[in-house]
Design a protein around this ligand. Structure first.
Ligand SMILES: C[S@@+](CC[C@H](N)C(=O)[O-])C[C@H]1O[C@@H](n2cnc3c(N)ncnc32)[C@H](O)[C@@H]1O
Length: 243
């Protein structure tokens, strides 16, 4: 027993692989919803079991069809896995629905050596239960916590407690008010080197004003030069501290 614990303690810390994307200009709002980039690895690391699992899920139309259900493209899902797998610290997701993104994020954190948890924020009681059930069915509950309530209010509470996150997935209310709030709170929630993924940024509904994600991300990048835009995997926008 003494030998085993000494062995566990002596495991070398995992070296963080190099982040690959370079900063790029934000796409014009009128160009959204036309092209969807395939998955490109975010980090210089070989594919592993989580990537192979996700890449093997069936796709109908453009979306993954698996259990739990969701609205993710393969590029969205693989990018989520990369973020959870290779970023340090806890992962925050706002809006979890049936738990597809939550289980992917938990798989990424579970594959790390550095520890961490996924915190899902969900407003709807039925989806709160569905997320927890999906995470439990996948055997990932030890890496997951659920917070019940409104995304903006719970992000404000997290800031008040001094919490920061290595990766944040924003996928709840895509309207202008909630999107603006998420971008306003991001600088305080994101850990140094943290990255945030905004789902449905690359969607024509941003041009009509139904979604406010492009406007909010664009305003954040214009106001705060510490942030950079790192590309549009699938229908998402990846932003983070300029490196
Ligand atoms: C698109 S679904 C999330 C899908 C999930 N991220 C996935 O990929 O599997 C959006 C979810 O956000 C939740 N939601 C909507 N408004 C919210 C709010 N203000 N705060 C927290 N959750 C909210 C909805 O109940 C819904 O479950």
């Amino acid at each position: 027993m003494l030998f085993r614990s000494a062995f566990v303690r002596s495991r070398p810390p995992e070296i963080a692989p190099r982040f690959l994307p370079a900063p790029q200009p934000l796409p014009r709002i009128e160009d959204l919803g036309r092209d969807y980039a395939p998955y490109r690895p975010l980090f210089a690391a070989p594919p592993e079991a989580g990537h192979h699992l996700i890449a093997g899920w069936p796709v109908e139309g453009a979306l993954i069809v698996t259990e739990p259900r969701g609205f993710l493209r393969p590029a969205d899902a693989l990018t989520l896995f990369d973020l959870a797998r290779y970023q340090r610290g806890n992962v925050l997701e706002i809006g979890s629905a049936w738990g597809l993104s939550a289980t992917i994020l938990c798989r990424g954190v579970a594959a790390r050596r550095s520890g961490g948890r996924v915190i899902s924020v969900e407003l709807d009681p039925l989806f709160q239960a569905a997320t927890c059930a999906a995470v439990k069915r996948a055997g990932l509950s030890r890496w997951h916590s659920l917070r019940k309530g409104d995304g903006t209010a719970l992000m404000e509470q997290a800031i008040a407690r001094g919490e920061t996150y290595g990766a944040i997935f924003i996928d709840h209310d895509h309207g202008p008010t909630a999107s603006e709030a998420a971008c306003r709170l991001l600088p305080e929630l994101l850990a140094p080197d943290g990255l945030a993924l905004f789902h449905d940024f690359n969607d024509r509904l941003n041009t009509s004003g139904a979604y406010g994600i492009h406007a909010a991300v664009s305003a954040l990048l214009a106001a705060d030069t510490r942030f950079a835009f790192y590309g549009m995997p699938g229908c998402c926008a990846l932003i983070g501290w300029a490196r």
